[in-house]
Design a protein around this ligand. Sequence first.
Ligand SMILES: NC(=O)c1ccc[n+]([C@@H]2O[C@H](COP(=O)([O-])OP(=O)(O)OC[C@H]3O[C@@H](n4cnc5c(N)ncnc54)[C@H](OP(=O)(O)O)[C@@H]3O)[C@@H](O)[C@H]2O)c1
Length: 257
Amino acid sequence: MTRTILITGASRGLGRACALNLAASEGAHLLLLGRDKPALDVTAESVRQTGGTAETFAADVTDRTRLAAIAGGLGSLDGLVAAAGISGMTPVDRESNSEGQPTDAFFDEIVAADLTGPWNTVRAFLPRMGPGGRIVLVSSVLGRFGVPGYGAYCAAKHGLHGLAKALALELIGKGIVVNAVAPGWIDTDMAQTGIRQIAAVTGQSEAEFRAQAEDAVPVKRFFQAEEIARGIAWLLDPANTMQVGQCLNLDGGVVQV
Ligand SMILES: NC(=O)c1ccc[n+]([C@@H]2O[C@H](COP(=O)([O-])OP(=O)(O)OC[C@H]3O[C@@H](n4cnc5c(N)ncnc54)[C@H](OP(=O)(O)O)[C@@H]3O)[C@@H](O)[C@H]2O)c1
């Protein structure tokens, strides 16, 4: 039977890669959610060319009213991937970061998108999900350890682990399995922004910082979004009933717990 799976952040990067993976592997029906409707439509067309079907929904994951309205018009849902997120630096001892984003306002924005956003998404779409449902929250290695200057992002991503643990126990009785993933560097727009910001702060060229970052990964490289999408597909698989409330490290050996 064709599964229907909602993916937030499906306009680009990891969310888009998850959609294409599920289209190719099982011809899934994908509900693609993000703020950039034209970009979502491009993903939807690629999904159709890859063997799946798709609908697009322009929404901000911080907008509970909009999420509830979308959910109200849907049928049943088999899976949910909360991949939407933003990143950036929030230096605690400065009024703004190297790109001029005001520290306090940007802190609030990151937490709203990266922690409250997944909460809002689960809250809105859970009523559409029954036994066999699968939920994956996309955290980060920065949900495993701290990085200077990334207080908001680290706090939000660590928070997602806690959210996944609690929701897993809350929902397992309904036959719904919740997990998180913690990817390392993924070669997307977000990683490019991170490289630019850290290079600016450390006085390195972007190429120098990227080489240093790759060297810090035991497998010595960044990952493609398609590779991370395969890990997420495993957690979405109804055959997975063992991994419950866990956070799967997809980082090439950086974190070993
Ligand atoms: N790239 C990395 O190195 C890395 C590493 C670890 C974890 N992650 C996590 O992986 C996830 C995907 O990141 P990515 O690398 O694919 O980043 P990306 O290329 O910047 O894509 C981010 C996606 O999130 C959507 N988005 C952002 N804020 C949103 C909001 N408020 N409401 C709805 N959609 C929103 C964006 O779509 P619109 O702009 O269309 O809304 C876009 O589709 C994020 O949760 C990120 O924290 C990334």
